[in-house]
Design a protein around this ligand. Structure first.
Ligand code: G1P
Length: 293
């Protein structure tokens, strides 16, 4: 079985749900506690053994490339000032030379199109896809668990979680078949089904392991839901030829592309930090008590 070495991060989105903040700052660079959103997602990929990071960017996103570059002046200053811990942390986050690639999605034609833009960089091997709006919190990363499942099943793997049946029209939804290993066979996939038409309440949470054949399908994929080229529609076609398995993620997912999801993520990650927990708990509890009245 071929190892999953490469991960694709579609970071070209305009972030219109988060204006005016995203007028000049890409949504992926907004900070959750003290790290940009994209760093959490990259950390999850690295914890799953990913060796090469492929970013599909767009105009006004150059700062993401700068962020993953070495900041030599900063490193020198930190060293001169004896801030060894901060320096070691920066160097630990720094991807090794030659392990990042950037390409631009020139037009916002949808997620399927963004993924297709990575075809030359991925080449002919299976790859991971992580949607950077979705930030996850779990003892073991979602992608690491998927890679484990993949080592047993091969094929294509999609991570899912349960949502309120009233919210199925906001997501890609899968149909559940027979249980296998630590996952299940996928029997259907629908992008943003109209109310009452969803095959289940299992939504696609933004983590995928896909076979490279998806690129051939995406090359001629027509527009679907929202008049965009949808990845889910291409996956439905690929499912006619190759198996698709669902992995049920048991951790928490925060949609950091939405204002409320972003606030929740900040609180949740701050509460998880030993150096912050107590300092955050007290004022938060006071605020909540005040608003309860
Ligand atoms: C995309 C996918 C959808 C998935 C969602 C998760 O939709 O197309 O299948 O459920 O991400 O966030 P988008 O949020 O880009 O509309």
């Amino acid at each position: 079985m071929r190892k999953i070495r490469k991960a694709v991060f579609p970071v070209g989105g305009l972030g219109t749900r988060f204006l005016p903040a995203t007028k000049t700052v890409p949504k992926e660079m907004l900070t959750v506690v003290d790290k940009p959103v994209i760093q959490y997602v990259v950390d999850e990929a690295r914890a799953a053994g990913i060796e090469h990071l492929i970013f599909v960017t767009g105009r006004n996103k150059a700062v993401i490339e700068d962020y993953f570059d070495a900041q030599v002046e900063l490193y020198t200053t930190l060293a001169e000032r004896g801030k060894t811990e901060a320096l070691a942390h920066m160097q630990d986050l720094q991807p090794s030379p030659g392990t990042t690639s950037f390409t631009r999605q020139q037009e916002p034609l949808g997620l399927g199109h963004a993924v297709w833009c990575a075809r030359e960089l991925v080449g002919d091997e299976p790859f991971a896809l992580l949607l950077p709006d979705m930030v996850m919190q779990a003892r073991k990363g979602c992608l690491a668990e998927m890679v484990e499942l993949y080592s047993e099943t091969g094929g294509n793997i999609i991570a899912v979680q349960e949502c309120d049946p009233e919210e199925t029209h906001q997501y890609g939804i899968v149909g559940k078949g027979r249980d296998i290993a630590h996952g299940f066979e996928i029997t259907a996939m629908v992008e943003k089904p109209p109310r009452g038409m969803a095959p289940s309440n299992l939504f696609i949470n933004g983590r995928y392991i896909l076979q490279p054949e998806i690129f051939h399908i995406l090359a001629s994929q027509e527009r679907g839901s929202g008049n965009e080229i949808q990845l889910t529609d291409a996956m439905v076609k690929l499912a006619g030829k190759e198996p698709f398995y669902g992995f049920r993620f048991a951790g928490r997912t925060y949609d950091c592309g939405s204002k409320t999801g972003f606030i929740e993520a900040n609180v949740a990650f701050a509460l998880e930090r030993g150096d912050m927990r107590d300092k955050v708990m007290e004022p938060l509890a006071a605020l909540l008590a005040q608003h309860d009245k």
